[in-house]
Design a protein around this ligand. Structure first.
Ligand SMILES: Cc1cc2nc3c(=O)[nH]c(=O)nc-3n(C[C@H](O)[C@H](O)[C@H](O)COP(=O)(O)O)c2cc1C
Length: 172
């Protein structure tokens, strides 16, 4: 597990290679295995491979989503926010599990924040994504996880990177 965490970095450059079906199936499994508060599972996942749709989604944010256009896959993590008051936590857990499963299979991924972000001055990223994907009204959008075969390499984390001063023993 630590090996996976040390090596996982946000990858924003991708090769133009399709992701095999069995790998996509495993990403979906990882998402569906996410723990959720009271086992409510308020999330849904929109698995997007259509190039045009991915390109539209890459415009979800003013900044910080453009690289999605080169990804082979986008997993849009949404939740019925009427089902659970902690849907944000539940969708965040699912998002990182998708990223870790991607890492495990040699794929690169990056979290694209949608909740509380803006498409432009007039529209939120959430409104934009909901329009593009025809997501029902009662759903909220947490993130898009971009996935693809890495076309950049980043150094793994080392012990020197770890902020041990943030760990408090017995008292703050
Ligand atoms: C909640 C959250 C939101 C993020 N949103 C974005 C985003 O919108 N666009 C982006 O390029 N990266 C985004 N990231 C990736 C972070 O920038 C990245 O994880 C951080 O810089 C640490 O780098 P690393 O992932 O390589 O360890 C997000 C990460 C998290 C956990």
């Amino acid at each position: 597990m630590l090996d996976l965490l040390i090596n996982r970095r946000s990858i924003r450059k991708y090769k133009d290679i399709l992701i095999e079906k069995d790998k996509i199936d495993k990403l979906i499994k990882a998402a569906l295995l996410s723990p959720s508060s009271r086992g409510i599972c308020p999330w849904d996942f929109v698995v997007v491979q259509n190039k045009e749709t991915i390109e539209k989604l890459s415009m979800a944010k003013e900044n910080g989503s453009g690289f999605l256009k080169d990804a082979s896959l986008a997993v849009v993590v949404i939740a019925d926010s009427t089902k659970s008051d902690v849907w944000v936590e539940d969708t965040a857990i699912a998002s990182i599990l998708i990223q870790l499963q991607a890492e495990k299979m040699g794929l690169g991924s990056c979290w694209i924040q949608i909740r509380n972000r803006f498409h432009n001055k007039f529209k939120t990223s959430e409104e934009y994504v909901k329009e593009v994907l025809e997501i029902p009204e009662n759903y909220s959008v947490e993130s898009i996880i971009s996935v693809g075969y890495p076309n950049e390499s980043k150094r793994p984390y080392s012990d020197e990177d770890l902020k041990y001063t943030k760990v408090h023993k017995d008292k703050f």
